[in-house]
Design a protein around this ligand. Sequence first.
Ligand SMILES: [Zn+2]
Length: 122
Amino acid sequence: MRLDLEQRLREAAPTFLDANKDVPFFERGFEIGDGWFDLLLSALQRIEQLVTVGNLPVRVSQIKTKFDELRFYAKPNYVEPPPGHAEIFDIIRETERRALHTCRDCGVEKARSHNCSRLSNA
Ligand SMILES: [Zn+2]
């Protein structure tokens, strides 16, 4: 992901993205294409709101691409899920689902014939 886009995502969710040193996100950051920027920005803004309002100890763990799909992991640091927990993980699952239909490179909704991923990887 382009550094300026990554920077904007980090600014949208400084608390949630303040990863522990032991998780992949700490070293690797956003391991995704630019096409998912809008999806991630919207998700991170909503998650940051829930995390800061509820003072929830849940932080990013990893955001990557696997088999052309978004894999978005967060790590809760509590035993009993507090209010806001379910919403955060609903947002994450929803974002992964929407990424299935969004080109990771250009961000358009994928039609059957869409093949810009294949072209850009060639
Ligand atoms: Zn595309």
